[in-house]
Design a protein around this ligand. Structure first.
Ligand code: ADP
Ligand code: ZN
Length: 669
């Protein structure tokens, strides 16, 4: 028979492991990992990725099927990406074929050619050269030091660029990208989903008249393929993208950047649950290039990595230009009763800033008119029929909607139980907008949240009215806190800082601190000093006191000490087994079987917590429960997971639930 080749192919299917095939007819020579192959699978065919070649298979000869065709003359993916995907599949315990499917543009998954058919949608080089690139500012001493440290790095090194908002982190990225361009290398810049604003991309375009590829979830298939191909063949010198852009192939990689590295959108929350930030660390090491993680509010894990010396911390302590730090004031809502969410001291501050030609940003991370609609007679709360959640009143649309499953209906006229009147309790941005319009009838106001920006181009239109200073009152949710510069804003008001003070998740405090610092950082970015007002019922809360008095760094130290005492990450490693089904007992019989399995094989240093219902047990008509694995060390967990996951797939109870394993979960629900 002579030596024969067996192909190990990753096929998109919910099974761990690779599939063995015989080579297709007329090939055998020139087969290399990273090429796509068309293979028979079940009754149909699939496009898979060749991951390896071997001489023997454990599949009996008669059952081994033959691949149908090789689709590429060259490997589609460079080595480092193949290794990244294999590693990610093992680390996150997700089927390799599905990992690859998540990482490849659709057109390529379907077997199309990666060749570039049309020009990349960047300004043609000639035109860009005529429009002179902008003049870079003279770097501050901190910026110069940070840039020099990064640019002096030849191989892999991870930098934590820890700089207050407005300290010029982006300017440091630009200088490092410049350095790599000069060396003929590409840079990959990851940004949070919501941070991929035209503003940011424009800054790169203005500075560098070179082809640039932008990758985000809103691209059409063809656009995505072109951007991907341009990165792969080296045409695109700069690649800017959201989470999944970490899987972009690069011909001449020189630098990786993760902006706002603490941002929750870097963690995929369904299917293949990876962290793009963590994969960036792995990939930069494989590529032997520097990685810059930038944030004003670094994740506690990253802070700890810097403290332990694994990352090199670079500090930008001052705002760039002449902007100073804003001053913060607490408003005690126990002594200052709010009306429609607004206290007198906050209203007075708004008035003062508007009179001085300032611009005002009011932050409330809750959309809709009111989060609760309650009966004044019997106390019945209007709830979602499919979730353990309240319906949110959207008065303008005349609907109540569930923010968890999206179901909605007309606003009930009266209480469904006793027919007494209903009252709207609490406030969302819609109600706040009305209250502000009453108080400041002559002001142009922009509200920015998911409800006001559904239409394409709407967010840009609204932001433009803010930037042109036509609108002096700006109101919105989390959407406002990321990636937007508001040079005219002199006052930031945080309507309800208490949201999150008493969260159930061990990350609640961290998230609250990050949101607070990011929102406050919008004030006084230009040469005007800013003020921040926070309304709270808990002015003595230690977290608020430390944040206000000493800033995020002091908060991080305190929060890390608390985590260490409680044994939470980064002092432990977690994996969460989630399960859901339309019937509650099915969820728990699976999770109890899973817990029993884990306990029989439990290595030292690993604990099993639960099973327990998810914090919101019923969602979209399904019951949800979870089991937490907590290990003293990552290594312990990683050694345990493969067999455990395999055993889970063999449980009879698993067939009647939807389940998943989430390694390094970012939220415990
Ligand atoms: P960050 O990314 O840290 O929020 P940016 O890089 O966006 O900060 O910088 C904030 C503002 O300061 C921008 O308007 C930027 O153009 C300006 N800036 C950055 N570096 C300098 C500098 N060295 N001198 C003057 N202005 C600067
Ligand atoms: Zn619902």
């Amino acid at each position: 028979m002579g030596s024969r080749q067996i192909l190990e192919v990753a096929v998109a299917a919910p099974l761990m492991g690779l599939f063995d095939y015989l080579p297709p007819p007329d090939t055998g020579v020139g087969l290399r990992p990273g090429m796509r192959v068309r293979v028979p699978f079940g009754k149909g065919t699939r496009v898979g990725l060749l991951m390896g070649l071997k001489a023997t298979s454990t599949v009996p000869d008669g059952k081994l099927r033959q691949a149908l065709a090789v689709l590429d003359a060259e490997p589609l993916l460079p080595d480092d990406l193949q290794r990244l995907m294999s590693w990610a599949s093992a680390y996150y315990q997700h089927p390799p074929g599905e990992v690859i499917a998540a990482a490849l543009p659709k057109a390529l998954r379907e077997g199309r050619e990666p060749t570039r058919r049309r020009q990349l949608k960047t300004p043609p080089l000639a035109a860009a050269e005529v429009v002179s690139a902008d003049v870079p500012p003279v770097l501050t001493a901190d910026q110069a030091r940070a840039g020099a440290a990064i640019n002096a790095t030849a191989g892999f090194r991870c930098f934590l660029l820890d700089g207050v908002t407005g300290s010029g982190k982006t300017e440091v990225y630009l200088r490092c990208v410049q350095e790599r361009l000069n060396a003929g290398q590409q840079s990959l810049v990851l940004v949070p989903e919501i941070g991929l604003t035209p503003q940011l991309v424009e800054r790169f375009r203005r500075r560098f008249p070179v082809p640039l590829a932008v990758l985000h979830s809103g691209l059409a298939d063809g656009e995505r393929l072109r951007a991907w191909t341009a990165a792969r063949d080296g045409t695109a010198r700069i690649v800017i993208g959201t989470r999944s852009a970490i899987f972009t192939p690069l011909r001449h990689p020189g630098l990786l950047v993760v902006d706002e590295e603490h941002d929750a959108s870097y963690k995929q929350q369904d299917g293949f649950r990876y962290s793009a930030r963590d994969l960036a660390v792995w990939r930069a090491r494989e590529l032997g290039v520097p990685l810059v993680l930038g944030s004003a509010t670094p994740a506690l894990e990253s802070v700890e990595n810097a403290q332990s010396g694994r990352y090199e911390r670079l500090v930008l302590a001052e705002r760039a230009g002449s902007a100073g730090q804003p001053t913060a004031h607490l408003i005690d809502m126990r002594t200052h009763q709010p009306r429609d969410g607004l206290t007198q001291p906050l209203l007075a501050a708004i008035r003062r800033h508007l009179a001085a030609d300032g611009q005002v940003l009011i932050f409330l991370n809750r959309r809709g008119y009111a989060p609760t609609l309650v009966c004044i007679g019997c106390g019945t709360v209007i709830s979602c029929t499919r979730c353990d959640a309240r319906m949110v009143l959207h008065q303008q649309r005349g609907r109540v909607t569930c923010h968890h499953c999206g179901s909605e209906r007309a606003v009930p006229e009266d209480c469904p139980a006793c027919h007494a009147d209903l009252r709207a309790v609490g406030q969302g941005t819609e109600r706040l907008e009305q209250a502000l319009a009453r108080e400041f009838p002559d002001q142009v106001m922009e509200r920015i949240d998911r409800d006001t920006t559904r239409r394409r181009g709407e967010i840009e239109r609204r932001l433009e009215r803010v930037h042109s200073l036509e609108a002096r009152l700006l109101l919105g949710t989390q959407m406002l806190t990321k990636g937007h510069d508001f040079p005219g804003v002199t006052l930031v008001g945080i309507v309800d800082v208490d949201q999150g003070l008493f969260g159930t998740d061990f990350r609640s405090a961290e998230r609250l601190a990050q949101t607070f610092i990011q929102v406050a950082g919008r004030a006084g970015r230009a040469d005007r000093p800013g003020e921040v007002y926070l309304q709270t019922l808990f002015p003595d809360h230690p977290l608020l006191r430390v944040l206000l008095a000493d800033g995020y760094g002091a908060f991080a130290t305190m929060a890390l000490a608390e985590r260490q005492q409680a044994g939470w990450p980064p002092w432990s490693s977690l994996a969460l087994v989630r399960a859901e089904a339309t019937e509650r007992p099915l969820v728990f019989s699976f999770l109890e079987a899973a817990a029993a399995l884990a306990r029989t094989a439990l290595p030292p240093g690993l604990r099993v917590l639960g099973p327990a219902p998810a914090p919101m047990e019923r969602r979209s008509g399904r019951y949800r429960g979870q089991l937490l694995l907590q290990a003293d060390a990552r290594r312990v967990l990683q050694r345990f997971l493969p067999d455990f996951r395999a055993a889970l797939s063999a449980l009879p109870a698993q067939r009647r639930v939807r389940w998943s394993v989430d390694v390094d979960p970012s939220e415990l629900f």
